[in-house]
Design a binder for this molecule. Structure first.
Ligand code: ADP
Ligand code: MG
Length: 706
């Protein structure tokens, strides 16, 4: 662990020191080359080899000066993780020396042996080649630790035939699609200055920390990131004493180093606090352009893990490491901004910006209602199944929160009323020539909505803590792009601008306002109310994913050139496979722990108790209820044994299923309940067996010791 003294190295000097930012480029590139790069980043120009050569040389010199020996094209394969293959800069000379080289070609394009990444059948093994291409919208950075320094180049990953093999390519395409349609709408509204829009994202990352020595004794944590056994301790999270509580010194030390590492690579880590569950925490950076945010979030997750280990802890990013205790999510704060600095979800102060705001807000409402299943699917993983639709928030019903005043305004427009009275008694006119002045603080807080408007952005809360945010943002962008394209069609045709705006909002909102819900999203009544409103409530990831291959979904993605049918279908298969594989591992660990840890511990302990009982009886102490306890342990151990055998049977059956959907379904419907049955017995035994005879640390240590 390395504690930086901020009086000697101020944060301002440290910040971005390992990031090949635009500031560094401006310093190191000839002026015209820097201008070229800005144009390439803005999507106005293609990157030429000539420019790439100059940038590559500057990047190499910068990286070498900072001690780098290797570079890597850093990318996001469909595993949901990041991948890197390191190449050193060395180029041997004829006379037995080496030069340190890095060409424009090497910067632009890499060719990793891609055959082992999931492609969902997009690549035949004889054509396994995949290419990586530099994503100029996200800056290169240095990964630096005790072992060395590596230059990382954020990259997109495509097949030999140009199909996307990663999460970055579709994201970039979705931003283009959204930009195209949003600009059409803006033009129709009379804006002729903005050239493109991009989305901004600030992801709040939740995670747990556990002591490393304890973690190392739990095969389930090591292999699956979650506990598949563990009885509830006497204390859970009911005291609500952890959320925003004082941060323990050990954790504070970890956070300090985490921030330092993130700041070095130019990630603006800003907020940190204790979360609801014991030993659960959150970190949130300042929002950025989405491609940068996606890369940064992957680095945040990786850095949490690395830094935690340096502090003798393990960072858990799993959505549900502990049953019965709050899980972890990732709040995807999302907005749309123009290149000239307008936040399209900022209500603004004048009628013109209000009109724009209401139109874009209505587009989001319509998109979330029409594409609710797609949005649900963007957070569909086996780990997130423990949150969405289980006994935990947020619910699997997709709804939008707007808060009272805004909802009232939209409702009134939908109902064709000409004015509204605000709570303060002011009358707002909803005329055709000017839209209302919105009350200032229109968004009160609602923490239970899966999609909440929070003042000038939407907070999508379904995303799982370990997920890449690339896919949720891709789907969201495309859904909104589609609605905006339909709005633009009408606006471009409509003769009277204000009337057209009014009628678009009126029509759209009247039809889609059923998705707006301002109440408590965690309440049972909401689930019933949502059902009455006809909102889908898909409680498991396997069913949620099936929307991906519906013809209307494929048509949507094809219309905006984000996914082809092949690409979407291959992804669908990869997600299903991943779902099955994850539960397969969890079931395997469950069997292993039941048989090789819990059963022996319980029976040995029961044997000891029985011996003790005999010895005690020999001296006349026959009133101690040892026998009762032995009997209960023996019963549970027998049940554990039987349930483990049953689990093994259903697991083998699931493993033999060929069709990916049926297979994933078998894991969900058969294997998971069988695992739970084993767990119940194991957890029952944990409560009966002496602490010192139990083979691994329990929840009371994992959750409260740090
Ligand atoms: P909360 O009160 O929801 O916990 P936080 O301060 O933890 O809020 O996180 C809010 C996140 O939203 C931050 O990452 C912040 O940068 C981000 N954010 C703020 N404005 C925008 C915006 N216009 N677009 C995207 N994200 C934003
Ligand atoms: Mg927060």
């Amino acid at each position: 662990m390395s504690i930086v003294d901020f009086t000697k190295t101020p944060v301002t000097a440290l910040y971005g020191s390992n990031c090949f930012s635009n500031a560094v480029m401006r310093e190191r590139l000839p002026k015209n080359m820097y201008q070229e790069m800005l144009a390439v980043q803005g999507g106005e120009k293609e990157l030429t080899l000539e420019v790439a050569e100059v940038v590559a040389a500057a990047m190499r010199d910068w990286a070498l000066a900072k001690g780098a020996s290797h570079y890597t094209h850093w990318f996001h394969p469909l595993t949901g993780l990041t991948a890197e293959k390191h190449d050193s800069f060395i180029a041997p000379t004829m006379d037995g020396r080496v030069l340190m080289e890095f060409s424009g070609k090497e910067l632009i394009k890499g060719e990793p042996d891609a055959s082992s990444f999931p492609s969902g059948g997009l690549r035949a093994t004889f054509e396994a080649r995949g290419y990586t291409a530099w994503d100029v919208t996200s800056p290169a950075f240095l990964k630096q630790d005790q072992t060395g320094t590596t230059l990382c180049i954020p990259t997109a990953f495509i097949s030999y035939y140009g199909q996307a093999l990663d999460k970055k390519v579709p994201l970039l395409k979705s931003i283009d699609a959204l930009s195209k349609q949003a600009i059409r709408v803006l033009r129709a509204l009379g804006n002729d200055t903005s050239k493109r829009v991009y989305t901004t994202v600030g992801p709040e990352q939740e995670y747990f920390l556990v002591d490393k020595a304890l973690y190392d004794q739990r095969p389930d944590l090591i292999l699956t990131g979650r506990t598949v056994f563990g009885s509830m301790p006497a204390k859970g999270q009911e005291m609500e004493d952890h959320y925003f509580g004082a941060i323990k010194e050990r954790v504070a030390g970890f956070m300090r180093e985490l921030n330092t590492e993130l700041w070095k690579v130019g990630i603006a880590a800003k907020t940190q606090h204790n979360e609801v569950a014991p030993n659960q925490f959150e970190i949130a950076p300042v929002f950025t352009n989405t491609t940068v945010a996606v890369d940064a979030n992957q680095l945040v997750m990786e850095t949490i893990k690395n830094v935690a280990r340096r502090h003798g802890m393990e960072g858990l990013l799993h959505e549900k490491p502990f049953a019965g205790i709050n899980g972890s999510g990732k709040h995807n704060n999302w907005s749309i901004a123009t290149d000239d600095g307008i936040n399209l979800f900022d209500p603004g102060a004048n009628p013109e910006s209000n009109a724009r705001f209401l139109l874009f807000a209505a587009a989001v409402v319509e998109a979330v209602d029409r594409y609710a299943l797609l949005i649900r699917a963007s957070a569909a993983t086996s780990a997130n199944d423990h949150r969405l639709g289980a006994n935990e928030a947020p619910p699997a019903v997709v709804s939008i929160f707007f808060g009272g005043p805004l909802t009232e305004i939209l409702d009134n427009i939908a109902e064709g009323k000409s004015s509204v009275k605000t709570e303060e008694g002011a009358v707002i006119k909803l005329g055709v020539t000017s839209l209302p002045n919105l009350p200032k603080d229109v968004s009160d807080r609602n923490r239970t909505s899966p999609f909440a408007f929070t003042g000038n952005k939407f907070e999508f809360r379904m995303v799982g803590s370990s997920q890449s945010i690339a896919t949720p943002n891709t789907y969201l962008n495309v859904a909104v792009a589609q609605v905006l394209s339909e709005f633009a069609d009408k606006l471009e045709k409509g003769a009277h601008k204000n009337e057209t705006i009014q009628s678009i909002i009126k029509e759209s909102y009247a039809k889609h306002r059923r998705v707006v819900f301002n109440g408590n999203g965690y309440a049972e009544e909401w689930v019933r109310e949502a059902e009455r409103r006809g909102l889908p409530n898909v409680r498991n990831a396997v069913d949620a994913l099936s929307v991906l291959t519906r013809s209307e979904t494929i048509a949507l993605f094809e219309a905006h050139q984000v996914f082809s049918k092949d690409e979407m279908e291959s992804r669908y298969h990869i997600y299903l496979e991943k779902y099955a594989k994850q539960i397969n591992i969890e079931a395997g660990v469950t069997i292993d722990m039941a048989r090789r840890y819990i059963f022996p511990a319980a029976t040995t302990y029961a044997g000891t108790l029985a011996q003790d009982a005999a010895a005690l009886a020999a001296v006349g102490a026959t009133n101690i209820p040892q026998a009762k306890r032995v009997k209960r342990i023996a019963e549970l151990a027998a049940e554990l044994y039987d349930e483990t055998a049953k689990l093994e049977t259903v697991l083998t059956e699931a493993q033999e299923v060929e069709d990916p959907f049926t297979k994933a379904k078998a894991y969900f419907e058969k294997v998971r309940p069988a695992m739970d049955a084993v767990r119940t017995r194991g957890d029952g035994l944990e409560k009966l067996v002496a602490k010192n005879a139990w083979p691994f640390p329990g929840y009371e240590e994992l959750l409260f010791k740090l």
